[in-house]
Design a protein around this ligand. Sequence first.
Ligand code: ZN
Ligand code: ZN
Ligand code: ZN
Length: 129
Amino acid sequence: MPLSNRVCFLVNLRDALRCRQCDKVPQGPEGYHQGFEYHHRLPRSLGGSDEVDNIVLLCHACHQVGHKAPASHSERLCVLDLTPPASFLCWQCQSRLESRSVEMNCGWYRCRACQTQVHLYQHFYGALE
Ligand SMILES: [Zn+2]
Ligand SMILES: [Zn+2]
Ligand SMILES: [Zn+2]
């Protein structure tokens, strides 16, 4: 089962599209699709859920290392607070939007106040090129 759009969005919003292990940031708006992966902190095979508080965004390299040598990896990840923000400000008009009810897809949200569709890359790293 792929993650739901809501979970995917909330993970991306909380983690600012960057790797939570090494802080690598994506190279452009499509970059987070290429080379960034969703990691289950508690594996599904051990009963881990597909909920936001079990999923961390990692770059491909950190993800591979983490699965080969979980101990070195988990130290940092296991202390992270994985609660997503309850609300955030629209990048365009600064209206406060509720994370759990905003109209969104995995990589963007639409602001009810200004009707702008904002890509999360734009939200965190500035204008789209
Ligand atoms: Zn990384
Ligand atoms: Zn993983
Ligand atoms: Zn807005």
